[in-house]
Ligand binder design. Structure first.
Ligand SMILES: [Zn+2]
Ligand SMILES: [Zn+2]
Length: 561
């Protein structure tokens, strides 16, 4: 008792007043709590050492607030506040902690947009969903996005896409410092892991001193530690950057030995026997080990040696392998660009043969989901565009919500009007594994489901997906001829690459879908390709590696036409 700091008391009172505002309590009480919080923060003495009569006399506190402060000091909580906390999802309270978000905005986010965690809020910013909401605009949305990125980043782990923004310019600067030196990314970043703990760079030089001096000049890097052949630094974004040094002769050997996971390297070393210190190429190392070359993405120590032993080393899918883009949004629902703009971008910039448009379905009211009537209007526009796009094809798709009972939100009769259907869960994520699995399987069994969209709903580093039984879900897709999406949004990358081999072995096809809500987001496809490569996926395994004619025939055959 008596040890609580004024700052803690002030912070608690502030949260109390915000919670009251969030729950529409008496405005006078809210105001007096907020001003008491402000007051306590500035008091020249320790509030915790005062008695109730003493506190009541403090200007700006008043009788009822003073009593609450005493309750807080004595019991560590305020009962009235605790019941408000209980009535508020944990994630919503976290959202209130984001810079620039007052209770009024949080209320709109929570009640109008149905968002209950920071991860969901971040995703909504990226999907451009906030600008439509009351009291928000593009500027506020950007501010919130930046604040969340900062929060996510401060956990010390980063998305591959975030790390890439730092890594690529950094390597150019390093090359200026050591121009004629062998240099390469190694570790997680070279393996294209979806989450990066530290960016590792191998340098074929033993002149660490000169390098460290030059590095100290880079405004965005700080040297944290210098030990042996390693220089540990921190980038201004918070990303840890490790430089590992070796002699130029050892460079290729070290490149191989620093890229794979521990278990991959152990297996490689045991196959190599006594490794030489200088090889001409990594291909030579794997050849010496008696196995085909293993791409860096696959060096996880999970299934690559098994594939090598069976002589089934896959030729991994590439950007050029893909002929079209399925699952994308336009201004018909929550996208930024019109259907025509999206189509022209695919045709003229990306040189694709087709675009599969999948705006949100009618249940997704928050995303301007399409009523049956608006679907028909969109189909008319697609027909018009297809007539004038000179062979480029727009396929009529929909991202149909999987309802809580697993059904889709249009009738079978209506679903048959689409060329293809992506079925996704967008609401009620809190489910047991059993419930989530049966909900998905019911949707998979719907004869009109073509693709299962983002199967777990996960948002990397910010929201776990709902728990699913992967085997059962994938087996159901196999049994019903349903394709599984690899959602290429760098926050999703869902289906997880660790399940790709299982799916392929069951004969399930995968589709690398950007889920683009604006033109630029088509480039997210690349992250989906990287994930697919980690999963050992080939072009032949991908639905959207089919040509426009092939996929058109595929859709028809699926529908039994
Ligand atoms: Zn979706
Ligand atoms: Zn979508």
């Amino acid at each position: 008792m008596g040890s609580m700091e004024n700052k803690t008391i002030a912070r608690t009172l502030r949260l109390f007043s915000q919670l009251m505002e969030l729950h529409n309590e008496n405005p006078f009480k809210i105001k007096s709590l907020a001003s008491a919080a402000f007051k306590v923060d500035k008091l020249p003495f320790r509030v915790a050492e005062k008695t109730l009569p003493e506190l009541e006399k403090v200007d700006g506190l008043g009788k009822s607030t003073a009593a609450k402060v005493i309750e807080l000091i004595e019991t560590g909580a305020i009962a009235e506040m605790s019941s408000l906390i209980e009535a508020t999802p944990e994630g919503v309270i976290e959202i209130m902690g984001i810079k620039g978000l007052g209770p009024k905005k949080v209320l709109v986010i929570w009640k109008d947009l149905g968002i209950e965690s920071i991860g969901e809020l971040y995703y909504a910013c990226n999907e451009n969903r906030l600008i439509e909401a009351k009291g928000f605009g593009l500027k506020t949305q950007e501010e919130i996005r930046n604040a969340i990125e900062f929060k996510i980043a401060s956990n010390g782990r980063y998305l591959f896409a975030q790390t890439e923004e730092v890594a690529e310019p950094l390597i150019l600067d390093i090359l200026e410092i050591v121009p004629d030196t062998k240099i390469s990314f190694v570790g997680e970043y070279r393996r294209k892991c979806e989450i990066i703990d530290s960016l590792e760079i191998l340098i074929g030089s033993e002149d660490i001193e000169t390098f460290a001096t030059a590095i100290a000049e880079l405004p965005y890097l700080t040297i944290i530690e210098k030990e042996g052949k390693q220089l540990v630094t921190g980038h201004q974004t918070g990303i840890k950057v490790d430089f590992n040094f070796c002699s130029a002769d050892e460079f290729i050997t070290e490149l191989a030995f620093q890229t794979g996971t521990e278990s991959h390297i152990a297996e490689l070393k045991s196959k190599l026997g006594n490794p030489a210190s200088n090889y001409a190429s990594e291909e030579e190392i794997y050849a010496k080990a008696g196995i085909p070359y293993i791409e860096p993405e696959l060096r996880e120590g999970i299934f690559e040696f098994e594939l090598a032993a069976k002589g089934k080393m896959p030729e991994l899918v590439e950007w050029q392998s893909l002929k079209g883009s399925l699952h994308n949004h336009s201004t018909w629902s929550d996208g930024v660009h019109s259907l025509e703009e999206m189509a022209l971008f695919c045709r003229d910039e990306l040189k694709l043969e087709y675009l599969g448009i999948c705006d949100h379905s009618k249940t997704a009211v928050y995303a301007k989901g399409l009523s049956e009537e608006r679907v028909l209007a969109q189909h008319a526009e697609i027909d018009q565009l297809n007539a004038k796009l000179g062979g480029f094809k727009i396929f009529k798709g929909i991202e149909s919500d999987i309802l809580f009972d697993g059904s889709l939100d249009y009738s079978d009769d209506f679903l048959s009007r689409f060329d293809f259907v992506v079925a996704s869960i967008h609401s009620v994520f809190r489910m047991t594994e059993e419930k989530a699995t049966s909900r998905l399987i019911k949707a998979i069994e719907n004869p009109y489901t073509t693709i299962l969209g983002h199967p777990t709903g996960r948002l990397l580093l910010s929201r776990n997906g709902y728990p699913i039984n992967y085997e059962k879900v994938i087996d159901a897709c196999a049994a019903n001829g349903v394709v599984i999406e690899i959602n290429a949004n760098p926050l999703r990358l869902d289906l997880d690459w660790r399940w790709h081999q299982y799916a392929l072995n069951k004969g399930v096809r995968l589709s690398i879908n950007p889920d683009a809500h604006k033109k630029e987001a088509f480039y997210h496809t690349r992250y989906g390709i990287l994930a697919a490569r980690k999963g050992g996926v080939t072009a032949a395994d991908c639905l959207n590696a089919l040509s426009a004619n092939e996929i058109s025939a595929y859709f028809k055959q699926r529908k039994g036409i």
